[in-house]
Ligand binder design. Structure first.
Ligand code: ZN
Length: 505
């Protein structure tokens, strides 16, 4: 009997590995589209990708797959839910059921509307006119409501959409934790505003030749452990990290000659994502035991390198002299202390992607609250810009002056991505909690970082997080690694300690 189960399991794995070949090919086409594809190739590339997406969707919803998963779910092979077999079957079944619940007509309509939505959004943003985006946004919200209803939920529609990005998470839990964060962050921001300290940030806006930025980015990525034998760094308008095979993880960045942090922290961020991918178990590539857990955990791995390491005094104690030697004209007269303060300045801005570590989370909370209002029909689409601006005023104390620097700034909704935003804040929360534990486990992490010894920290991440694939859910993992469920306390402690020191609170 168990021999039969083993055979069925092997068939399931073979089929999923074949699907992974197609999925990784799809990723390669996507990477090429954004990095080097000639403009005239766009239409045919669209056809290639749509065709491949169709084949992948059919394979993922094949009833044969469903039969195998049904048999295996009850088998002794899966008795331990955290074993490799148990994980592969549980997570494959979850994904299969989700995909099967979505009628093909709805999937196609969503894809079409998202393409139109992105087009309209770009126009609306360029002309600073929300009304151009209103019709497709209205349609997208309607379709996402249908999607949530098709998938089903026990508490609220948002649960069904959140689950796509953050499996096993619930809206109620996220709401509770983000509101806890707001209660602490809004007063902290006020204290910073009231402080007498002013930070000079002009040193970041000097001239930093792009070629040198490229060299520094590559060097930093390599130092923290991005493996260039299994990856590349390229240039794109919108930076990203993509995985194209077990030994092929690619990151991109953008360069601003007059603003160093864009590429510097961008590369640290994307390298963190890539180091996670490179740390997965190769043997299980294409199967849940060899895949990343959720967008929130993924983001924790990028934030931990970008912020907890990359914006720390320890990191720059070691690396600032090197940075000065690469950019002598720009940084010769700048002290380590001034540079450290400049890269950690806190200033409310209407734009999320430019936000500091403190206000960033409030930008996310605003989107999370508005998405729920939209999905529950509690705000009319035409009233959305005002609702947006009101929340900015109450949480950040600023009111966006135009729709482009307000409700039209992010691409996510135009592509139908509702439920995605909270994963950014969850990433910040997870990163702070993981980091606190790593400090306890590794002893003098500050000295290691100041000396440029990143191996122990990276191995800690690999051992505790990366190598487990999806054997634990995000919630289980954080409890297993840190001994307690996700809490906002670690992030608050980290942010308050840093701000108190810099702003003399
Ligand atoms: Zn990221």
């Amino acid at each position: 009997m168990s021999e039969n189960y083993q055979k069925t399991f092997d068939r399931l794995c073979l089929s999923m590995r074949e699907t992974a070949l197609l999925r990784s090919t799809f990723s390669l086409l996507g990477w090429d589209e954004q990095t080097g594809m000639p403009p005239a190739a766009a239409d045919y590339r669209g056809e290639q990708m749509a065709h491949l997406a169709g084949i992948i969707h059919r394979r993922r919803t094949d009833s044969q797959l469903g039969d195998w998963l049904e048999q295996l779910a009850e088998s002794p092979l899966c008795a331990d839910p955290h074993s490799v077999q148990g994980t592969i079957v549980r997570e494959s079944k979850r994904q299969f059921e989700r995909h099967r619940k979505l009628p093909e007509a709805l999937v196609m309509e969503l894809t079409r509307t998202a393409v139109q939505g992105q087009h309209d959004w770009q126009q609306a943003r360029a002309k600073n006119d929300f009304s151009i985006f209103m019709p497709s946004l209205t349609k997208l919200v309607g379709l996402k409501q249908q999607e949530a209803d098709a998938i089903g939920y026990s508490d609220c529609r948002y649960d069904a959409l959140l689950d796509e990005y953050e499996p096993w998470e619930t809206t109620a839990r996220v709401k509770n934790i983000l509101e806890g964060l707001r209660e602490e962050l809004v007063p902290l921001l006020q204290e910073i505003k009231n402080s007498d300290t002013t930070i000079e940030t002009g040193c970041l806006n000097r001239n930093f030749p792009v070629e040198k930025q490229r060299r520094v980015g590559k060097e930093v990525a390599e130092n923290i452990g991005f493996d260039f034998q299994q990856g590349r760094l390229d240039t794109t308008v919108h930076p990203f990290c993509t995985e194209i095979g077990p030994y092929d993880t690619r990151i991109t960045t953008r360069y601003d000659e007059n603003f160093l942090p864009t590429s510097l922290f961008g590369v640290l961020h994307e390298s963190g994502h890539a180091i996670y991918e490179q740390g997965l178990c190769k043997e299980w590539y294409g199967l849940p035991a060899g895949e990343t857990i959720s967008l929130g955990i993924h983001e924790s791995q990028s934030r931990i390198w970008e912020n907890q390491i990359g914006r720390s005094r320890a990191f720059w104690t070691g690396y600032f002299p090197r940075l000065q030697s690469v950019f002598p004209e720009a940084l010769r007269d700048i002290s380590l202390e001034s540079f450290y303060h400049a890269i950690n300045t806190v200033t409310p801005s209407p734009i999320r992607v430019e936000a500091d570590e403190i206000t960033y989370n409030l930008h996310i909370l605003i989107r999370f609250e508005l998405e729920q209002l939209l999905l529950n029909d509690d705000v009319a689409i035409q009233d959305l810009p005002e609702a947006w601006d009101d929340k900015y005023e109450s949480y950040l104390g600023i009111r966006p002056q135009t729709a482009s620097e307000g409700v039209l700034q992010d691409i996510h909704w135009s592509g139908g991505a509702f439920g995605y935003f909270p994963t950014y804040a969850l990433g910040n929360l997870y990163s702070a909690q993981f980091f606190a534990k790593s400090e306890t486990d590794l002893g003098d992490l500050t000295t290691q970082v100041a000396n440029g010894h990143f191996d122990p920290f990276r191995e800690w991440l690999r051992e505790n997080i990366h190598q487990h694939g999806q054997c634990y859910s995000a919630g289980e993992l954080v409890e297993r690694v840190t001994g307690e469920p996700l809490t906002h306390r670690y992030l608050i402690d980290y942010l308050r300690t840093k701000a108190s020191e810099i702003y003399g609170l």
